[in-house]
Design a protein around this ligand. Structure first.
Ligand SMILES: [Mg+2]
Length: 307
């Protein structure tokens, strides 16, 4: 694979957004600064073949996934995406058709979710495919929602249905951008995170950052049809899949009891929003149907050094 023709193709293919004053092709990109009162939000993620995605993943779904997963982090801040930068380290033996299809999907998903590609790099090397994605966003007068704002007594909610994303949903993930901004601006949620590693792990992150425990009710967790299908295949309870599978890219958030009422009345999206528990205590607990409580161990996917 030769890099130059590919970069030329990418340059021709990219439509520059109004906020991108200088796109790919020069030594650096030039972007409009956020308007007064707005601040810059930046998130970066790396996706490694064999660790974050299987070698057999088709380029189209893969390109969509890396962008959707990265833009989901801007949604989780309750902010607006503005541009993206993608670097590809491609194995020497990888065909040009694969890379073009990957590039097409990256560009299309970036445009779809208002984070048009503004730059990046492409290089080939002897190792498996690695993709680095940076997404910029703007606060536009809003305060970004952090993981650390949950208070004892806050209600815990989650969007969508959880579990079993491995059956294919993880490759079709949709960042919850409109919902994230709505929760930030119109509801005033206290803490938020997107579910990438799994409800059990990401709730742990939120609780730890906030310095407060939580109790979630097993019977309240919105379990996806895919999670039930997986239970039929592997015998692991569907609710366990909903807790641990990850890559749902749904929003997990906390909100004061008063605002929770406002949220339920004003929720205007087709997507489900479900109250699953509340903040309090010092541990993260799961309440079973019979009332028994057990610690929620982070069972989600976490990448450990050396694995
Ligand atoms: Mg995240």
């Amino acid at each position: 694979m030769r890099e130059r023709p590919l970069i030329d193709w990418l340059r021709r293919r990219i439509r520059l957004a109004a906020n991108v004053h200088l796109g790919p092709g020069d030594d650096a990109a030039v972007l409009a600064a956020p308007a007064a009162g707005s601040r810059l939000v930046i998130t970066t993620d790396v996706f490694l073949e064999g660790t974050h995605f299987a070698a057999a993943t088709a380029p189209g779904p893969l390109g969509h996934k890396v962008m959707a997963a990265s833009i989901s982090d801007i949604a989780a801040m309750g902010c607006f995406p503005s541009a993206s930068f993608v670097t590809l380290a491609i194995n020497h033996s990888c065909g040009e058709a694969f890379v073009r299809e990957l590039g097409e999907a990256i560009i299309a998903t970036a445009e779809k979710y208002h984070a048009p590609l503004a730059g990046g790099d492409v290089a080939s090397w002897p190792s498996p495919l690695a993709v680095s994605v940076t997404v910029t966003g703007e606060t536009r007068g809003l305060e970004p929602v952090r993981r650390s704002g949950a208070q004892p007594g806050d209600k815990i909610f989650v969007t969508g249905l959880l579990g079993g994303s491995l059956l294919g949903r993880h490759l079709r993930a949709e960042p919850r951008l409109e919902e994230g901004v709505f929760l930030n601006r119109d509801v005033g949620v206290s803490a938020m995170i997107d579910i990438s590693d799994g409800l059990s792990t990401d709730l742990g992150h939120l609780a730890e950052e906030s310095g407060v425990g939580a109790v979630i009710r097993e019977t309240a967790i919105p379990v996806s049809e895919d999670a039930r299908k997986l239970e039929g295949q592997d015998g692991v309870p569907a609710v366990r899949h909903a807790l641990d599978d990850g890559e749902d890219f749904e929003l997990l958030f906390t909100v004061s009891p008063e605002r929770a009422g406002r949220l339920k009345k004003s929720w205007k999206f087709d997507l489900a929003v479900t109250e699953i528990g509340e903040g309090g205590g010092s541990e993260v607990l799961l309440e079973r149907a019979d009332g028994a409580r057990q610690r929620v161990e982070p069972g989600g996917y976490e990448h450990k050094w050396g694995e």
